[in-house]
Design a protein around this ligand. Structure first.
Ligand SMILES: Nc1ncnc2c1ncn2[C@@H]1O[C@H](COP(=O)(O)OP(=O)(O)OP(=O)(O)O)[C@@H](O)[C@H]1O
Length: 589
């Protein structure tokens, strides 16, 4: 675990802004000076009032004071603008760094580490939490310094004018603080639950939008979508509870902060009557005192924002973790892929139990077995996309857990049943596998993936734009593009998880044959339901109930293994209806 992971959100925040210390200090100093400028008009007013005496010509001095007043105001806004400039500079630099680190972490973190995050919660971290950081550095730091310095200097000025009136101006503070304490009781927990509910709502909305085609097909409405409905209800209940609890004490707090005028005014008038206070002083005291505590409202507001910033910081933190340097290893005859006694389960239910196997470079392996035997799970484990609960998978002597995503992706390409294509052209999608692929390499990969013909038939060929998630293509076409993309990555290990389901048995067999001819060094592990297509594999790995129950060539298993015999005969009888003997001999050739 790195130091970033161990540190608190406050420490992480400070570490992030420490690189921009000088810009931030400048911003805070300038903001403090601008607050001081705010007080100058009061001083000038007080001076002007004490200058004006009956029968004295003070026009020239008053004009001079007016000039100073105008200068103070101009300076105030100039200083505030400069403070804003420096705070924004610091904020955008920090924002850039944080987003860069999150983007790097997302591409590097093992998928399993990202598995607990829904797309809604990830979106919230990358957009909302990081944006909040920007608001905090660019605006709230400057606001906070003004909100603290302004009442402090105003109070000092008030004490200098008349200490009794100053005390009277502050008399509501303890009461307001008490109300605020009541207001913030249990706040951290409420804010945490509020964020949790927002996250759930976000995820439910994303899922709802994704499921719209299914909803339409089954004529369901949004209210019958239980997840969204439950999340909306929970969110609504939380906000209502939050408001009911917060509004009364918050109102008392706000009223008390503005209530000192009701003490200052009668007290001031009484003291003028007593001859212990001048009218000029009372006017000044009222002007300064009535607005004295308002900035504290901003402090309260900012402290609740600060809580949100820190909560966001805690969510961002795992993405800022420095990863230990990744091991570098390449599959080779001396470095096979080995699973040693691996077990894996989903939510306490064991799916793979104490399984060991070894895959050699250039080998063609087919994982076969009944539905639910654990074939896909094993494929994902072997590709390093799921970590085993116990046991270890090694490439050579290096455990897969020591590879970062980039090193892992350089060794493994996995094509799953669920193909994802990005918005862009077909070529853009193919080049994700290899950004520097030549047109010849792309054409070869498409040809092996049995996609050459349909791509050439498209009006713009590989420059055809795809809609989001490749929705313009059929499921089978998407699978072929995904295979071509994986082939372009040219990794030593290629894992196909029912990726050839698009094809009929003959095309599937032809695909494997071409793949073997074009990529003899590649270790291919395929999951295929149709045994017919993979009978040419070097080794069939037969799985049942999460165990590797037998392995060997098609003819060996057919001769020795009753489970394989059953699977083969049930499928062969089916195939026999469709495949003419001439075509069979073509495949066997
Ligand atoms: N994400 C998941 N969460 C919980 N259980 C899962 C998950 N994925 C798979 N399973 C369960 O694990 C078991 C093995 O599934 P797996 O997909 O690995 O089997 P398979 O042999 O590939 O099946 P098929 O041939 O039908 O695709 C099944 O019982 C399945 O219900």
């Amino acid at each position: 675990m790195s130091s970033t992971q161990r540190s608190s959100p406050v420490q992480t925040l400070l570490a992030l802004v420490s690189g921009e210390k000088s810009a931030l200090i400048r911003a805070l100093v300038l903001a403090s000076l601008s607050v001081l400028m705010e007080l100058i008009p009061y001083g000038i007013l007080w001076l002007a009032a004490s200058l004006v005496q009956p029968g004295m010509a003070v026009g020239h001095q008053l004009l001079q004071l007016a000039g100073w007043l105008a200068l103070a105001l101009v300076l105030k806004y100039l200083l505030l603008s400069l403070a804003g400039y420096f705070s924004h500079l610091a904020a955008f630099r920090v924002l850039y760094q944080v987003r860069l680190r999150i983007a790097r972490a997302l591409s590097r973190l093992p998928l399993m580490q990202l598995a607990p995050y829904s797309s809604g919660s990830l979106r919230k971290i990358i957009i909302n939490d990081v944006e909040r950081l920007e608001s905090f550095i660019a605006h709230h730091t400057v606001d906070l310094i003004s909100a603290l310095i302004s009442p402090l200097t105003a109070a000092i000025f008030l004490f200098w004018i008349d200490w009794k009136m100053a005390l009277a101006a502050l008399i509501t503070v303890p009461l307001a603080l008490l109300a605020q304490k009541i207001f913030s009781r249990g706040m951290a927990e409420r804010v945490r639950r509020y964020h949790q509910a927002t996250e759930q709502l976000n995820s439910a909305i994303v899922e709802f939008v994704r499921g719209i085609p299914v909803m339409k097909a089954f004529r369901q409405s949004s209210t019958s979508f239980r997840l969204l409905n439950d999340s909306l209800k929970q969110y609504h209940a939380l906000v209502e509870q939050f408001t009911r609890r917060a509004v009364p004490s918050w109102s008392v707090f706000v009223v008390l902060l503005n209530a000192n005028i009701f003490i200052l005014l009668p007290l001031g008038i009484w003291r003028i009557g007593q001859g212990t206070l001048t009218l000029t002083d009372l006017v000044l005291v009222l002007m300064l005192g009535s607005g004295l505590l308002k900035p504290l409202l901003r402090v309260t507001f900012l402290s609740s924002l600060m809580r949100e910033v820190l909560a966001g910081m805690a969510r961002i933190q795992p993405f800022l973790t420095e990863q230990p340097p990744s091991a570098a290893v390449v599959m080779s005859p001396g470095n096979p892929l080995r699973a040693e006694n691996i077990s894996f389960g989903y939510e306490q239910r064991q799916v793979i139990g104490q399984l060991s196997l070894q895959l050699q470079p250039g080998g063609f392996y087919a994982l076969v077995g009944p539905s639910g035997a654990g074939k896909s799970t094993l494929a994902w484990l072997l590709a390093g996309l799921l970590p085993p609960d116990s046991g270890e998978i090694y490439l050579g002597e290096t455990p897969l857990s020591q590879l970062d995503d980039a090193s892992r992706a350089a060794q493994f390409a996995l094509v799953s049943q669920d193909v994802f294509l990005f918005k862009g052209t077909l070529a853009d999608n193919l080049r994700i596998g290899n950004p520097h692929a030549s047109p010849e390499q792309i054409a070869q990969a498409l040809a092996i993936a049995q996609a050459g013909d349909f791509v050439n038939a498209l009006p713009q060929g590989i420059d055809t734009p795809l809609h989001e998630r490749g929705l313009r293509l059929s499921g089978g076409e998407r699978q072929r593009i995904a295979i071509a993309r994986a082939l372009l990555a040219d990794t030593p290990i290629l894992i196909l998880d029912e990726a050839t389901a698009f094809a009929d048995a003959l095309t599937e067999a032809a695909f494997y044959r071409q793949l073997r001819q074009a990529r003899p060094e590649t270790c291919v592990l395929t999951i295929a339901h149709r045994l017919f297509a993979v009978q040419q594999a070097d080794c069939l790995l037969l799985m049942e109930n999460g165990q590797l129950v037998a392995s060997g060539s098609h003819s060996q298993l057919l001769a020795d293994n009753p489970l394989y015999q059953r699977l083969w005969h049930s499928q062969y009888q089916l195939q026999h209806w469709h495949i003419r003997s001439q075509e069979c001999s073509d495949v066997d050739a």
